[in-house]
Design a protein around this ligand. Structure first.
Ligand code: 1CP
Length: 345
């Protein structure tokens, strides 16, 4: 595969950073919005043809260097038996598990409920340009458990889930094991069906005290990362809000860390193991600013890339739904057409 993203993930030095954006598939693209008029989110995920079309759209319409599977981290709670409906306003959990004392007994993992996703991956692999890498993904155990235990939390602080972690430590460990086991099976199936790289989304890493995250949840991420690395698939870990725990992430867990927009990228580089590459971390809200502001931010990454070429351009969290799509296109073009080595000439 002739791919700048795969080259950087494999440790090669390239003339510019690769570019893709979290949540690039769906949300902002006019063609996605048009499809959403006639199809529900559930239909777009479940129909292999539609799923392949939406997955490949950002490569065609934005010019990014990789596709990410169009699916959701919440497919794992669904495959564990959680009652989840996709409403027009997002996911709705009708029976959150934090109200029970032993939710692990109510969970019935059924891997066959994930099979439709592998059919979609087959379709994407058949339809893509062979040089376009496909990124598979899953949610990390803490983030998945937040939804399983509490459902959606308006301020993203998940008080019922956190209360459960403190009040039911044994059950919490059992649930973590159940999530990890199904997630590893899911991740390895994605690899067997052809994904080229894999991202683990820990959107709520900042929810817990650093020590608790490090002791309880980071080892669970490591189990998933190690299983993928054994298959020689590059792993990117996005621990949003992880703070000082960056130093505790080791190269056996992941190859790259996707840095959130709260953290200064130079500081993240200082704290992270030198054998782990970085991805990120432009604030997704910068696209509301005029072009000069965006250009100045992009230019600030040039000396960073010159010093640390193991870097992938991305945002510090997902693209927001009302982002002007022209700004995204302009940014991708800027990254591809800029001379990133002018400091070295
Ligand atoms: O109406 C619609 O079009 C559905 C909106 C939507 C979409 C497009 C949801 C519901 N999920 C997705 C797709 C999705 N989700 C992808 C596919 C690739 C892409 O868009 O590029 C990915 C990678 C995700 C990951 C995801 N889902 C995360 C982790 C990343 C992040 O943004 O922090 C999380 C937390 C979710 C849960 C989720 N799914 C959907 C919503 C509205 C939510 C958030 C629920 C909440 O408010 O907590």
């Amino acid at each position: 595969m002739n791919s700048i993203l795969m080259d950087v993930l494999r440790g090669k030095t390239t003339s510019r950073p690769p570019v893709w954006m979290m949540r690039q598939a769906g949300r902002v693209l006019p063609r996605y919005r048009a499809l959403r008029e006639s199809h529900t989110f559930h239909e777009l995920m479940h129909d292999p043809d539609l799923c392949a079309q939406v997955t490949l759209m950002p490569v065609e319409d934005l010019g990014v260097d990789a596709a990410i599977l169009f699916s959701d981290i919440l497919v794992i709670p669904v495959a564990m038996g959680a009652s989840l409906e996709w409403s027009d306003h997002g996911p709705v959990f009708t029976n959150p598990l934090a109200q029970y004392d032993a939710p692990s007994k109510l969970i019935h993992p059924d891997p066959s409920r994930l099979e439709y996703i592998y059919h979609a991956i087959d379709r994407i692999i058949a339809q893509r340009n062979p040089d376009t890498p496909l990124i598979g993904f899953c949610g990390a155990p803490l983030t998945v458990l937040c939804y399983l235990l509490q459902g959606v939390s308006s301020k993203h602080d998940f008080p019922q889930a956190v209360k459960f972690f403190y009040s039911h430590p044994q059950e919490t460990r059992r649930l973590i094991d159940q999530v990890v086991e199904l997630t590893i099976e899911y991740a390895l199936q994605q690899v067997a069906h052809g994904v080229n790289a894999f991202q683990i989304f820990e959107s709520h890493a900042g929810l817990l005290p650093e020590e608790m995250y490090r002791e309880l949840f980071l080892p669970a991420v490591a189990r998933i990362g190690k299983a993928l690395k054994e298959k020689n698939v590059p792993v990117i870990f996005f621990p949003k809000g992880i703070g000082y725990n960056l130093k505790y992430i080791t190269p056996d867990m992941c190859d790259f860390i996707s840095v959130d927009w709260q953290t200064d990228i130079v500081e993240a580089r200082r704290q992270t193991d030198p054998n782990i590459g970085l991805q990120g971390n432009m604030d997704p809200r910068i696209f509301y600013a005029p072009k000069e502001v965006i250009r100045a931010k992009l230019e600030s990454y040039i000396p960073f890339f010159a010093a640390h070429p193991n870097w992938i351009f991305n945002l510090g969290h997902g693209v927001l739904a009302d982002t002007p799509v022209e700004q995204l296109k302009w940014t991708v073009e800027w990254i591809k057409n800029t001379n990133w080595n002018h400091d070295k000439i």
